[in-house]
Design a protein around this ligand. Structure first.
Ligand code: SAH
Length: 260
């Protein structure tokens, strides 16, 4: 921030500094919660990610400052520590700070890291949950995440592989009777399919990859797990995409028949 644009020296009253960590939902702006809408309307500053719908950003009051914090694969507008520091600084200035994130802040959104950093800085943090991609996108595509006799469990995993991070528990994931939802999985789809099959999941397990779920541009590419990477590549899908794997995918045809 340039010296000329330094905010007026406001200070939060002792102990009153607070950040609202808000989930914006998976894309369809109507999936924003009433609570999130209320907090957003009262914000002084909104620090938001790329995945937040323009219709939701349009709800930010005109008088409020809007800061884009980025996050695109390998192209971060701001580093995580910078975001953490920015949130703390703004809150200490006595501003009503909303940190707005796609989906739910505590599901693969690094919301936990931001909440921890604020806790360490002695700043109160209120978390407002959002509809996460798994539930929002599955609903929009006609895929129940659990279903008696087909899936007694549903597991959410990240397909993005960070250096040094432990690999996924492929054996556990390949167990029957569960739905696997892979966030950030497009680039790693080939590997995910290969590992799951190598660890015992039948190659014919139904699977789908859904681009821009819940939005008008939603695209669904379906197929047996073994064929999904090839089909996804042929369809030239772009992020954000969510991968769903498991027997529940068989219900999709029955549940979307009327919608075509
Ligand atoms: N906190 C978010 C997830 C952030 S990670 C949440 O709870 O949903 C970003 C990943 O979420 C994307 O790479 C993609 O895998 C998934 N995602 C988010 N919105 C999506 C959408 N509308 N359609 C498909 N995938 C989506």
């Amino acid at each position: 921030m340039s010296a000329a644009r330094k905010p007026a020296p406001r200070r939060a009253k002792r102990g009153s500094a607070r950040v609202w960590l808000v989930g914006a939902g998976p894309g369809d702006p109507e999936l924003l919660t009433l609570k999130a809408a209320r907090v957003l309307a009262a914000a002084d500053v909104v620090v938001h990610d790329r995945l937040v719908a323009p219709e939701i950003l349009a709800r930010i009051p005109r008088r409020a400052r809007r800061i884009y914090a980025g996050k695109q694969r390998d192209r971060h507008a701001m580093k995580q520590v910078e975001i953490n520091r920015l949130l703390a600084r703004l809150a200490r200035q006595g501003r009503r700070v909303v940190r707005l994130k796609g989906g739910d802040p505590f599901v693969f959104g690094r919301g936990g890291e931001e909440a921890l950093a604020l806790a360490r800085a002695g700043i109160a943090c209120e978390v407002i949950p959002g509809i996460t991609a798994a539930t929002g996108v599955a609903a929009a595509a006609g895929i129940p995440l659990t279903h008696r006799a087909l899936a007694q469990a549903c597991v959410l995993v990240t397909g993005s592989r960070r250096k040094g991070a432990p690999d996924l528990d492929w054996k556990g994931l390949a167990r029957p009777g569960q739905t696997i939802v892979v966030y950030m999985g497009l680039a790693g789809l080939e590997r995910v399919a290969r590992e799951l099959i190598a660890h015992g999941l039948p190659p014919r397990t139904p699977a789908a990859i859904i681009q821009q779920g819940t939005m008008p541009a939603q695209r669904v590419v379906e197929g047996p797990l073994a064929a999904l990477p090839r089909r996804a590549a042929a369809a030239r899908l772009r992020a954000p995409t969510l991968i769903l794997i498991g027997g529940v995918l068989r219900l999709r045809r029955l549940l979307t028949a009327r919608r075509g």
